[in-house]
Ligand binder design. Sequence first.
Ligand SMILES: NC(=O)C1=CN([C@@H]2O[C@H](COP(=O)(O)OP(=O)(O)OC[C@H]3O[C@@H](n4cnc5c(N)ncnc54)[C@H](OP(=O)(O)O)[C@@H]3O)[C@@H](O)[C@H]2O)C=CC1
Ligand SMILES: [Cu+2]
Length: 243
Amino acid sequence: MSGGDMAKPLLGHRSTEGDPSITPAAGRTIGVLGSGDFARSLAIRLVCSGFKVVVGSRNPKRKAGLFPSAAEVTFQAEAVKKTDVIFVAVFREHYSTLCDLADVLAGKILVDVSNNTEINHHKESNAEYLASLFPASTVVKGFNVVSAWTLQSGARDGNKQVLSSSDKGQIPTVSAAEAVEKKMNIWVEEEVWRMEIYISVGIIALGLLSLLAITSLPSIANSLNWREFSFIQVTLTFADARE
Ligand SMILES: NC(=O)C1=CN([C@@H]2O[C@H](COP(=O)(O)OP(=O)(O)OC[C@H]3O[C@@H](n4cnc5c(N)ncnc54)[C@H](OP(=O)(O)O)[C@@H]3O)[C@@H](O)[C@H]2O)C=CC1
Ligand SMILES: [Cu+2]
């Protein structure tokens, strides 16, 4: 992918350099089941972070055009065979339709990214449910608090924290997923603040200009005494001119 922000990994290289716990991403293949909003954002972000991505869809022909050309879009079973770490970007309600994949998913890591639309609707969590459907796989919960939009648009806005958990202890094997998480966790101080400052200065300038404009209206100007009027006009014209 080219184009603006997406050419950059979510968060600068600078901050991840020298962190030995981050496995080099390039070349690793990550699977994504589903071709919806979240799958697409994940795929774009993973490709931009140097991963190979294989997407598993029920209808790969129709969905391929929605993904970056670097990502391979194929049938679910094909995709799953090509990787050990698979993001399940499908709603809980459709988990059971993936049961045919149980054999190919055995021994692999499934990342449950789902959120429920209702609270306390199901007795077990989505990740527990997924784990019960695929007892031979390792289920990791994570990324569900990051919106598809944040994944695509980068570090400037939205939640960048990726929380994850699993039954199977530390799971050092999830290095790829963890590498993405760590990359996502790094808040690029400079970039975030620069944006905030631009916006704040813009708002203040707009406020001052409006005040200047309003006090220039004859009806308002007449209701101020000359001291107030000249204070506002002189100070603000000067302030605005400097901005
Ligand atoms: N959108 C967001 O911002 C976020 C989403 N999530 C989670 O990510 C998951 C996916 O969300 P999102 O991408 O928005 O949803 P979408 O509805 O956009 O995509 C869901 C995908 O599921 C796939 N799927 C597989 N089996 C079925 C089936 N039997 N019926 C219908 N669809 C099926 C479809 O892909 P195909 O047709 O190719 O098989 C479809 O594209 C959800 O669990 C959601 O909670 C979590 C955090 C944020
Ligand atoms: Cu339900």
